[in-house]
Design a protein around this ligand. Structure first.
Ligand SMILES: *[C@@H]1O[C@H](CO)[C@@H](O)[C@H](O)[C@H]1NC(C)=O
Ligand SMILES: *[C@@H]1O[C@H](CO)[C@@H](O)[C@H](O)[C@H]1NC(C)=O
Ligand SMILES: *[C@@H]1O[C@H](CO)[C@@H](O)[C@H](O)[C@H]1NC(C)=O
Ligand SMILES: *[C@@H]1O[C@H](CO)[C@@H](O)[C@H](O)[C@H]1NC(C)=O
Ligand SMILES: *[C@@H]1O[C@H](CO)[C@@H](O)[C@H](O)[C@H]1NC(C)=O
Ligand SMILES: *[C@@H]1O[C@H](CO)[C@@H](O)[C@H](O)[C@H]1NC(C)=O
Ligand SMILES: *[C@@H]1O[C@H](CO)[C@@H](O)[C@H](O)[C@H]1NC(C)=O
Ligand SMILES: *[C@@H]1O[C@H](CO)[C@@H](O)[C@H](O)[C@H]1NC(C)=O
Length: 899
């Protein structure tokens, strides 16, 4: 969310004289003329190589004095991972604390010679390469680009093939495949209303995957300081791509991931070994979520719930944005507009109807000494606010006015936050939420830097904003963390407000502008300059802990705006405050793919129908509702500045929503199974086309089509008013999801026409076995009582495989689970695995695709007996064999047919 733009103007001009340069431009040859380092004292001990790096010649001191001596450590941590650290041993420079990113344990049995990638280096000057052992292909090379290491400037640069395929380095709203010719990716958390293409956004994921037809590998720089990563192709005669890191602090802490020569998903799994596999979320969280900023009162909230039900559109979870707060103070509600008793009635109603309730909260707490504001007073008593260098609370400006920021490194912060959650979100006396949305955690501030007179700035902006409606009838009829870290820090002499190298921080420019001041200090001595990019992730982790304390043993849903690498281990994320435009509808797919496929944050979605700036339209909302059904996290969300956009507002959108939610819900166990697999090994929940067709270069830039799970190809209509779409079908066997008829992709573009406004083109990739519920339902609780159908969609080789994972849907560690593997070959289907979870439902139908002729007989084999003469029907036109079965999901079985 943002505050209205024109108000900024009032404040902006006074501060323009301050240093506010755009990213420093230094001619590449000048940087390449720096002396670099010579490696000495090289020692090799098993998988570990260490050396001392000594400045090789006269210092070039570009953004500060060159560090004279450094330490280098390269460790083969696993057969597919090399960890390279370059640091200054004489100072305790800041490193990302283990409490935020626990480091992966090296495999003690690793053998350097058999590792899939190799680290090689030259001594003088020191340069290094990472190469693929088998093919000798160089994946990363600093040759001819000397390392620069200064207190507030680190530079590493690699040469890559021309027109390199680079994905990641977000959060961003750029194409999924970054333009190798001219991309600057700035990493610095920012309240980025409008999520425009190019600049830094809310979250920071300093990892990229590079794909070549010869393989896919990954590079992760574990560093939370501000940085610009530049991709260029105009610096060498042969058009080679260069990738340059310009980092304003911390150390060089690289993880090189071998990936694989033929399966791109492998690099995703290897990245998950470093940052953690994604959290499992509750089954219900895959239902439809509805939220709007700008609800006037509790009656409006209740009406939305009733209207969804009346329109027969399944609404799983009702959200209320910050509107509920009293003067926009966190952990309060406005008794005139959102009275506790009436809100509790709404929550009870939802729970009685097997629906869920979520509220938004923000990190910043109103700075309100002596006003009896409990959340402020309790925090002050524990002394848990981020501090200014003089020891006073570091102030910011958010919705409620002048505010303080919780210090997520403070030893008592978990206790404080959990206590606030236990009180305000108490099931007995407060708001019994099922999940939580967290906003403004970059952290955002509306204060122009320097925020010396926050009170005056708050007054100018009119914060908190007054309510514009009168209070509702109070009796209206409704409804029927963290461990200590000894490391510092900023060195004496560092300028943490105006570092010599200015990263390309969009709009707000100065790194302390519109956020917590970068000289603010944490309880453990760390300085916001270093930890800024961690703030959002740390808030969400602490929130996850608070939610688990409310309902021990139960999974919860935490959806955050700001993330850092590894956030997916605990929480989900929405793509921030987008706009209701066709461009952003298209770009949302790339944003979602980056999060789900590269950054390991698969519980992700964009604000369906668009959040801000202009009113959505019926057709955009209809198309987005259908695309949104293939966002793992599906939420319609809009701003107070726009018309209402609940799906029932227009007939076309309501129909599109009913159609697509039925399909999404039928596929919910398929999605749930994909999440379970992801939680075990990091296999992505969504896949770009090139993950499945890594040798087909046409797929490399495609980012408006994608795979939902392993095998549902989603190809949304992308243009306004259009009922046709040009899609790419790789050379492979597909099936039309609607008719189940085979479609043979030719490795060519195909135009799909007559795609009406309530339909989205879907194909099943050959080789898949899909478990589907027989129908949709109004809630996921109801859905769990509906029988299954199994679709068997063989590939060109006649084989198919799939899985189904079932458990109670909520427990962190479920007592019982069913994990069934399906396999099909030569007219025989087999289900094997474990069957611990008692679903109470059955498989009632098997649909075998691409069966040209009716069989003579179908046999079901289960529990030692054969049932012959099973009823079936064959559709010769669509080549579908439909078999009626009655199989409980309690044991292995097989189905066979004779032709
Ligand atoms: C680094 O190595 C180069 C090449 O051998 C040499 O000319 C230079 O003197 C060395 N620098 C230092 C500081 O040893
Ligand atoms: C750089 O080093 C010189 C002399 O070694 C010193 O005078 C100067 O203060 C240093 N500059 C910074 C920014 O530390
Ligand atoms: C890299 O070093 C390894 C030994 O560590 C050696 O076997 C290999 O040939 C070297 N590769 C290159 C490209 O120099
Ligand atoms: C190289 O490309 C970048 C990005 O497009 C541009 O800013 C820069 O001016 C170009 N440099 C030269 C020497 O053309
Ligand atoms: C702070 O951000 C505002 C809004 O973008 C801008 O107008 C102002 O110039 C910025 N101030 C500084 C010091 O960068
Ligand atoms: C959105 O629609 C409302 C109601 O029709 C209208 O008052 C408002 O001006 C529209 N906003 C924009 C940005 O077009
Ligand atoms: C889509 O149709 C609407 C209504 O007819 C029209 O106003 C709009 O300009 C059309 N947009 C495009 C891109 O053709
Ligand atoms: C398919 O169409 C896109 C967009 O027009 C084009 O960029 C691409 O080259 C086409 N692919 C093939 C295989 O023709």
């Amino acid at each position: 969310m943002r505050i209205q733009g024109h108000l900024y103007g009032l404040l902006a001009t006074a501060f323009l004289s301050l240093r506010a340069a755009q990213a420093e431009y230094v001619d590449p040859p000048v940087l390449d003329g720096c002396p670099g380092y010579n490696a000495t004292d090289v020692e090799i001990a098993g998988p570990k190589l260490t050396a001392t790096l000594v400045l090789a010649g006269p210092a070039c001191n570009v953004f500060g004095n060159d560090t004279k001596t450094m330490k280098m450590e390269a460790i083969y941590e696993t057969g597919t991972r090399i960890h390279l650290k370059i640091f200054d041993p004489t100072t305790n420079r800041y490193e990302v604390p283990e409490s935020v990113i626990p480091r992966p344990k090296p495999d003690p049995t690793v053998r350097t010679s058999s590792a899939e990638i190799q680290f090689n280096f030259t001594n003088a000057p020191f340069t290094f390469t990472i190469s693929r052992t088998r093919t000798k292909e160089v994946l990363f090379s600093t040759t001819s680009h000397p390392l620069i290491f200064e207190p507030q400037y680190l530079r590493v640069k690699t040469t890559l093939p021309p027109n390199a395929n680079i994905y990641g380095l977000g959060e961003h709203s750029e194409p999924f495949r970054l333009d190798p010719a001219s991309t600057t990716r700035t990493l610095w958390s920012r309240n980025a209303f409008g999520v425009s293409s190019g600049p830094n956004l809310y979250g920071n994921h300093p990892v990229y995957f590079e794909h070549r037809t010869t393989g896919t590998h990954g590079v992760f720089l574990l560093n939370s300081n501000g940085m610009d990563v530049k991709l260029r192709n105009n610096e060498t005669a042969d058009g080679a791509t260069t990738l340059e890191y310009n980092v304003i602090g911390g150390i060089l802490d690289f993880y090189f991931l071998a990936g694989s020569e033929d399966d791109p998903a492998e690099v995703a799994r290897q990245y998950a070994e470093v940052v953690g596999t994604p959290a499992e979320v509750p089954y219900w969280s895959f239902g439809l979520h509805q939220c709007r900023f700008g609800s006037q009162n509790y009656i409006e909230v209740a009406n939305v719930i009733s209207n969804y039900s009346a329109a027969n559109i399944p609404l799983e979870t009702m959200w209320v944005d910050i509107d509920y707060m009293y003067k926009r103070r966190v952990f309060t509600n406005d008794q005139d507009y959102f009275p506790t008793s009436r809100m509790r009635e709404i929550v009870d109603y939802l729970h009685d109807h097997k629906q869920k309730f979520v509220l938004f909260t923000d990190p910043a707490v109103g700075y309100l000494p002596n006003e009896g504001y409990g959340s402020y007073d309790r925090g002050t008593a524990l002394d848990i606010w981020l501090k200014a260098p003089d020891g006073s609370p570091s102030l910011g400006l958010v919705w409620t006015g002048v505010s303080v920021f919780p210090d997520w490194f403070h030893p008592e912060i978990g206790q404080y936050w959990t206590n606030e959650f236990m009180n305000f979100f108490s099931p007995q006396t407060g708001f019994d939420i099922d999940g939580i949305g967290i906003d403004m955690n970059e952290p955002a501030s509306f204060c122009n830097f320097p925020c010396d007179d926050a009170v005056a700035q708050a007054a100018l902006l009119g914060l908190p904003p007054a309510r514009t409606s009168s209070p509702p009838d109070p009796n209206a009829p409704i409804l029927g963390h963290s461990s200590q870290n000894k490391r510092k820090r900023v060195q004496p002499g560092d300028d943490v407000l105006n570092p010599p190298y200015s990263i390309d921080n969009a709009d707000v420019v100065a790194i302390s502008n519109h956020t917590a001041a970068t000289n603010a200090v944490h309880a453990n001595g760390l300085v916001e300059y270093d930890t800024h990019n961690l703030y959002g992730t740390m808030m969400s982790t602490t929130t996850q802990d608070a939610m688990l304390a409310r309902r021990p043993g139960q999974r919860t849903l935490v959806i955050t705006r700001s993330t850092f690498a590894g956030a997916g281990r605990k929480v989900g994320k929405w793509l921030g405050d987008n706009l209701s435009t066709w461009e952003q509808y298209r770009l949302s797919i790339a944003g979602m793919l980056s999060m789900a496929t590269v950054y390991q944050v698969p519980m992700v979605g964009s604000d369906v129908c668009g959040f801000g700036e202009r009113n959505t339209t019926e057709l955009l909302c209809a198309r987005w509702a259908m695309l949104g059904a293939f966002n793992p996290f599906m939420r319609n969300h809009n701003t107070d500045q726009a018309i209402s956009q609940e799906f029932y507002q227009w007939p076309t959108v309501a129909q599109a929503a009913r159609n697509i939610l039925s399909i999404r819900y039928r596929l919910l166990d398929y999605l749930y199974t994909a999440f379970h697999t992801a939680s075990l090994d990091g296999t992505p929940v969504l896949h770009p086309l090139w993950f499945k067709y890594p040798k087909d270069p046409t797929t490399f830039p495609i980012d408006v089509q994608f795979f939902f799970g392993d095998s549902i190809l989603v190809s949304p209509v992308t243009d306004e008013n259009s009922t046709s779409v040009l899609i790419y079908l790789p050379k492979d066997r597909f099936y039309d999801f609607a008719t189940l008829a085979p479609v043979d992709g030719q490795g060519a573009n195909v135009t799909l026409s007559n795609v009406d406004f309530t339909t989205i083109p879907l194909h099943i990739m050959g080789g898949a076995i899909l478990p589907l519920r027989s129908s949709g339902a109004m809630t996921t609780a109801e859905l769990r009582e509906i029988d299954f159908q199994i679709i068997v969609a063989p590939g060109t080789d006649g084989l198919a495989a799939g899985r189904l994972y079932l458990d109670d849907g909520v427990s962190v560690t479920p007592k019982d689970a069913t994990y069934t593997k399906f396999a099909y070959e030569e007219r025989k289907f087999n289900a094997t695995g474990t069957f611990g979870y008692k679903t109470g439902v059955k498989i009632t139908k098997m649909l075998f695709l691409a069966v040209e002729n009716a069989p003579s007989d179908v046999t079901v084999h289960e529990q030692g007996s054969d049932h012959k003469g099973v009823r079936f029907a064959h559709n010769a036109t669509m080549q579908v064999l439909e078999v009626d079965v009655d199989i409980s999901l309690t044991h292995e079985f097989s189905v066979e047919f004779q032709s």
